[in-house]
Structures are given as structure tokens and as C-alpha cells.
Write a protein that binds this ligand. Sequence first.
Ligand SMILES: [Zn+2]
Length: 299
Amino acid sequence: MYHRIADVEVDPWDLAVSPKNFEEQLRILRGFNVVPLCYLESVATQRHLADNIIAITFDDGYIDNYNHAKPLLEIFDMPATFFITTESIEKQQEFWWDALERICLRTHTLPNSLTLSRPEPISWKIESQGHTGIDVLSRSDLYFKLCEMVLKMPSEIRDIFVEDLKTWSSNKTDRADYLTMKRQELLNLNSNPLFNLGAHTVTHPFLANHSYDYQKKEITESINFLEQLTKNPIKHFAYPHGGHNKTTLEILTQLGLKLAFTTNQGHFDRDSHPFTIPRLQVKNWDGCQFESELRKWMN
Ligand SMILES: [Zn+2]
């Protein structure tokens, strides 16, 4: 499981692998049996599975997948699946976790207090020069506290909240290299038989926090968008933040999906449920570190 192939300065969730390290990792992967994701479908139905196979996935649809991952995957002739959050294709705004990272961790000078009235009142003291103390939040405490709050919000409330924070920090400009692929880039990606697209909802909510109707709309609309765009059936899905419950699995069954992926760490094996497939998050390791992690995973 990859998210970004980019050089970034701050990466609180270990989401980015540098292009240099990604190339080294692909070099190592040449020694393994890398298969397209659809290969796992036959395992789910027929229980056939070769040993030591690897499938590569990317979540969220960041523009660096197109600029950095695609050319390298093509050179190494490696198949991959890209799970796309469809709202961001048109919206072209940073994801909320990136916006919060920029606001909390990358703003030069923040106000020394944060007071917001919606969706619930908060009033916190924030660390700044000469402003420390037991009830004062460090920048990283602020970041993780806000992430925890935002994760639970429905997207309409979440978007207003993030806008309020942008205004509060006076750090309002989204970074171009943190945006996602647009329609044409997705079409170009999809036109190479090595690659295919999967759905990752419309607005990237934590699905398990939401009702049947909310979940169904998020899942169905993202699949419909991608099917209309690519004229291909979309049969693979990844849960945003890994979040899912019984309702989510029920909806995926109704929609005839074939495979769905969590962010839980683990292997796909003969006993894996096709809708709760675990993955292994690849970090910004060089070739040597990656190979040693792979050997550990494959045992
Ligand atoms: Zn995601």
C-alpha cells in the first residue's frame, strides 16, 4: 500500500516514498511475482493462490502518482491499482489531513490561541515563542488533536471547519504538489493496461461512523463517476482510513464489488475475506531496507 511518491519535508503519517526510494523498491520487486490486483479475484472465488505474490496499490489519487509513480512503474513493467477519491478530481484542494499539516506544522507564526464556535466550541492555547505552559498545546499536539476531531465529522462540516482553520492561521494557499490527478491524467493512466482504477469514496469519510444511506451514496457515486469516466467496470474498493463495518460490507455485496481493502497490516491468504483484505504500508525505505521488510513480510 502506497499513497504518495514524492519528496516531502513533513510526513506525520508516513504516506510518502521519495521517487529515488520508489525506484530502488521497484528494482527489488523485480525479484518477486508482482500481479495485477484482479489476480486476487480468482483466489477469492476459486481459492487458487501462487506463493509469494505481490499486488501494488495506491490510495487517494495524488498527482505525484501520475508524475512520479506511473513513469517508473512503466519502466519496470509493474502493474498497479489506484484508488481514487472522486470529489478531489474536480475540487483540486488539499485533503484535510494535508491542509491541517500545513496549517499546524508549516505555518511560520500561528496565533497563540485557537477559539472556534463550530461545530463545537473550542478554546485552546497554542505554543508560540515565549508562550509555553502546562495547558499550552504544542504544534504537533494541535495537529493530532484536530485530526482526531476532523476524522469523525461528516464531510460538509469537516470542510467548513478546515476553512475556518485556514482563515485562523492566515495560511490559506493549497500546495499544487499536494493536489490530485484530474480527469485527463486518470484517463491517461487508465489507458495503460498495466494500470486500473478502484474507488475510494467521493469525500473520503470514515465510513463506519455513518448511516447506511450516507455510506451507500459515497460508495455508489464514486464508482459511477469512475465508470462513466473510464467506461470500465469498477470492481475494487479501498476503505478511507481503513474504516468499515457490517453495513459497508453489505453495500459492497449489493453493488457486486469483487475486492475491498483495509489499512490493517497483514497478508492476503486463502482465508482472507475478499472485502477485508489487509495490506502492508510501504514507508520511505531505500532498496536495502525495503528488501529486508519484504523478506520479513513474506515469511
Ligand atoms: Zn485514503
